[in-house]
Ligand binder design. Structure first.
Ligand SMILES: NC(=O)c1ccc[n+]([C@@H]2O[C@H](COP(=O)([O-])OP(=O)(O)OC[C@H]3O[C@@H](n4cnc5c(N)ncnc54)[C@H](OP(=O)(O)O)[C@@H]3O)[C@@H](O)[C@H]2O)c1
Length: 323
């Protein structure tokens, strides 16, 4: 496993992170533990979760949010020292008006709740999950900076931000001597390349880490869906994942996926191996967050992850791009 510096920080993270959105939401604790321990054996040292991940994301039951963090807390135990935990706050966690966002009030409560579920006393990388138009950067960054001083967070990061929002936040951090967002978590895959416009050049210029999520397009780039057949019964599409439905509705998606599959075959890899390799070895990506709901997903994606695509292969991939 290759390790890379997270932005300008001194901490080294594996170029593959384990995403745990499936833990509790689509798979149980036993299956989650098998995947986590295999990931650690393979050298992965970052696990990514969020306060919100759990069945409640689909059924609206607030009591079933946080299940991913709870499972991680239960299964990490003595392995805790071997990994960096990345989690997130911002999304609605309860019925009351202040149960969401980036007010000082919610940030403090959300971090305490995550620490309890994770059964740990510090969060290594705390992300704000998205931009909160109802809190100022001064308020949220001061709260996060205070939590760093208290030892409850090590690094802060943001997710799903526009480049101008990260730049503005960095300005506020510099002005007040607060910690700054050292990393950006953003969707990036062969079917979601929007961050190439602003976020990737910004991150490179400012030495900010990039954690790329949904590198397999939530399963589309695993080749498990087609226009002709219904989704596999045990898949996230069959379970009704809304974001996945939106992605699959893109024009030409299956034509493009077929073209990528042909390229993968020419190289001698599977489509998920090609798609994952492309993200994990992108020069502007620090770590690609793989979502695995089966052990085999992890093993398949990592099999060729240290092989480099040639310039000719990269050109073939770029020429096929049609989203
Ligand atoms: N910051 C954010 O807003 C945000 C948003 C989304 C995700 N994330 C993070 O990023 C992580 C990864 O996201 P993701 O789960 O969408 O990533 P992904 O890697 O694009 O998709 C993972 C899904 O692809 C399918 N899959 C993977 N390997 C496969 C294989 N070899 N064969 C067949 N199917 C395969 C599985 O679908 P099935 O389970 O259907 O079989 C799996 O759940 C999440 O766990 C979370 O930590 C962050």
């Amino acid at each position: 496993m290759e390790y890379r510096r997270l932005g300008r920080t001194g901490v080294q993270i594996s170029k593959v992170s384990l995403g745990t959105m499936a833990f509790g939401r689509w798979i149980d604790e036993k299956a989650s533990a098998d995947i986590l321990y295999k990931a650690l054996d393979l050298g992965i040292n970052v696990v990514d979760t969020a306060d919100i991940y759990g069945r409640g994301m689909d059924n609206g039951n607030f009591d079933q949010l946080g299940e991913s963090e709870t499972i991680l807390g239960n299964i990490l135990k003595q392995k805790r020292k071997d990994v960096l935990i990345s989690t997130k706050l911002n999304n609605r966690m309860g019925p009351f008006i202040n149960d969401r966002g980036q007010s000082r009030h919610h940030i403090f409560r959300a971090v305490e709740a995550s620490l309890q579920r994770l059964q740990t006393d510090t969060i290594d990388i705390l992300h704000v999950h998205r931009f909160d138009p109802n809190s100022t950067f001064e308020e949220s960054l001061r709260a996060l900076d205070d939590l760093i001083s208290q030892g409850k967070i090590r690094y802060i990061a943001c997710s799903n931000f526009a480049a101008w929002q990260v730049a503005k936040a960095h300005g506020v951090s510099a002005l007040h001597h607060f910690a700054r967002y050292e990393s950006i978590q953003a969707e990036y895959s062969l079917i979601s390349r929007q961050i190439e416009q602003e976020i990737l050049p910004f991150a490179k210029s400012e030495q900010v880490g990039i954690l790329a999520y949904s590198p397999l397009g939530r399963g589309i780039l695993a080749g498990k869906y087609s226009s002709a057949n219904p989704p596999p019964k045990d898949s996230r599409l069959a379970a009704g994942e809304v974001k996945l439905k939106e992605l699959i509705a893109q024009k030409h998606i299956f034509e493009y996926v077929d073209a990528l599959d042909d390229i993968a075959k020419q190289i001698g890899w599977s489509l998920p191996q090609l798609a994952f390799n492309w993200v994990a070895n992108h020069p502007d990506v620090t770590s690609a967050i793989l979502g695995a709901s089966k052990l085999s997903h992890l093993e398949e994606a990592l099999k060729y992850v240290d092989h480099r695509l040639t310039n000719d292969e990269l050109e073939l991939i770029n020429n096929a791009y049609q989203i």
